[in-house]
Write a protein that binds this ligand. Sequence first.
Ligand code: TYD
Length: 228
Amino acid sequence: MTETAVKRAPGRGRFITFEGGEGSGKSTQIKTLAERLAAAKLRAIVTREPGGSPGAEVIRHLVLSGMGKLLGPDAETLLFAAARDDHVRTVIQPALNQGIWVLCDRFSDSTRAYQGRLGQVLPAVMNAMERVTIGDLKPDLTIILDVPAEIGMQRAAKRRGAGVPDRFEAEDLKFHQDLRDAYRQIAVSDPQRCVLIDATAPADTVAANVWSALRDHLFAMTNTAHSA
Ligand code: TYD
């Protein structure tokens, strides 16, 4: 990333990220939220990581094929970081600067959970990469969809059908249990930004909880802005 201006905190657009393990239902919930925002006449884009921009989609292909794993945890993390750098610079920040909301399927918490906690990439490395790729850009709200690993893996297998599991879907149950634990810890460590939602409930119930988290959170932000 070259322009420091790009790294500033979001302006008028809101930045909402969705996180969770495999089969937690992020795609469904993002789609529903995008529809609700459109109905409320708010401009929003839906994007994802790894990927979301042409350059980052190339890296997505590389990482999910398992190529990155062969290079080791640090190099694989660098690939996610390179993809994020392009995505933030060319898609996320320009949209936020124009007042457009950005709903992103996975962001830096995925790197913290998958590579930091499970890949055991050192915190100093993670911090340095975050400084370069996202600077001060922090999601306004992160929805963490929480589901037991067994259920998430079953859902992911059903969705995949006869397809081959990708790099992370192929990991064992213990990996996915630790992943869930990592996300729950992230939620506890940053309660102002993160809302943990039970994703074993029916999709409509989860959607209602996502909406009320958004409403509560944005109301709190507005109050803060007024009292500042
Ligand atoms: P994807 O097919 O988008 O999975 P999901 O539907 O679960 O979001 O694949 C993305 C995979 O990449 C997913 O297993 C999580 C992993 N990932 C990381 O390990 N680190 C990251 O920083 C990101 C963004 C994703």
